[in-house]
Design a protein around this ligand. Structure first.
Ligand SMILES: C[S@@+](CC[C@H](N)C(=O)[O-])C[C@H]1O[C@@H](n2cnc3c(N)ncnc32)[C@H](O)[C@@H]1O
Length: 331
């Protein structure tokens, strides 16, 4: 919300989901969010182009994500957009949708046919469905998705942003395997942590600054959305802090390296997989817009931004029975 209100990117819908007034965040945090949002959108849009929107999207652990509304505004809606999250999170999202016309109107506008289903834990309309389910209970989740007309034969994009790390490696592997067993033509985009393996020793010596900054990150970004790897000092401090706050890091072992991030896909039936740290993603985003956002706020500590970006990655994988050229999607 703060990054949006500071002009990093446009999202007219996030304001309807955020309870507190915009709380100021550090420029590194805003740039980190910018890289994540632009990076994921870039791959997502490429999938929509390849499939000419003749596809479905399933956002796993969607939280209060606003992508459905963006795609509607940009005339890029897939045949159907699904979201899955725990029933309690879904209930909160549905409450906002029901009570805020700027959220409900676009859903009504894209709805046709039978009456729209809306209860405390699910929504089913022609182009947008939300289900309350546990990603670790695949049978139940699949049944619910099928009830809402999920079509396994359609090219399917699965998105998981800061979600798999909450599950054990076995649970997330089952989810990835379920995806390849279910959808012959699919792509999965995953955003989460990766170790700082590529950082130089000198950068790590910035530890005093780092400690202070990590604390800020915990309060703002990390505590809510992310956990990091235990392999380095940065990761150790954050993991210890998160554990003190009873935040469980069940999936952190899979985040060790870009290689472990791609291997998790290749060992669960995906045909191609790639993973880029966010520093690389940031450097490959359209540079005109990067130059624009870099003028928004003065950034004192470039090294800290680098450390943040090197600690996160976007990984993606494809399986392409229809031969749409999904493996060619990249930054
Ligand atoms: C850090 S939030 C990320 C939300 C959203 N993807 C985003 O990027 O803004 C993690 C989300 O995953 C959901 N989640 C975690 N484990 C889950 C599970 N086993 N089943 C369903 N949802 C889960 C949480 O409820 C939460 O909404």
């Amino acid at each position: 919300m703060f990054a949006v209100s500071s002009g990093y990117w446009k999202d007219p819908y996030i304001q309807y989901f955020v309870r507190q007034a915009k709380e100021r965040k550090a420029p590194e945090i805003n740039r980190g969010y910018y890289a994540r949002v632009q990076g994921v959108n870039l791959l997502l849009n490429a999938f929509l182009r390849k499939t000419e929107c003749n596809c479905q999207i399933i956002n796993l652990g969607a939280g209060l994500d606003t992508t459905f509304w963006r795609l509607k505004d940009e005339n890029l809606l897939p045949k159907k957009y699904f979201e899955v999250d725990f029933p309690a999170i879904v209930a909160r999202k549905l409450y906002n949708i029901k009570s805020k016309p700027p959220l409900s109107k676009p859903i009504m506008e894209t709805h046709s046919g039978e009456s729209l289903l809306l209860d405390a834990h699910s929504l089913d309309s022609a182009r947008y469905s939300i289900i309350g389910a546990d990603l670790r209970n695949l049978k139940d989740m699949e049944e619910k998705l099928k009830k809402m007309s999920m079509d396994p034969q359609l090219p399917t994009l699965l998105v998981s942003e800061c979600v798999l790390v909450y599950m054990t490696p076995e649970q997330s592997a089952s989810l990835l395997q379920w995806a390849t067993n279910t959808f012959p033509t699919a792509m999965l985009i995953n955003y989460e942590q990766v170790t700082m393996e590529s950082l130089s020793h000198e950068t790590l010596l910035l530890e005093n600054n780092l400690l202070e900054w990590i604390n800020q990150l915990l309060i703002t970004w990390g505590f809510f959305c992310n956990q990091v790897n235990m392999m380095d000092r940065f990761g150790q401090i954050m993991v210890e802090n998160l554990q003190r706050r009873q935040c469980n890091l069940a999936g952190v072992d899979t985040c060790q390296s870009l290689q472990s991030q791609t291997e998790r896909f290749l060992s669960t039936g995906w045909e191609s997989a790639d993973a880029w740290n966010m520093m690389n993603v940031y450097s490959n985003l359209p540079q005109e817009d990067v130059m624009r956002i870099e003028k928004l706020e003065f950034l004192d500590e470039k090294e800290l931004l680098e450390q943040l970006l090197l600690h996160y990655c976007i990984s993606w994988a494809t399986k392409d029975s229809l031969g749409l050229g999904l493996a060619g999607i990249t930054f």
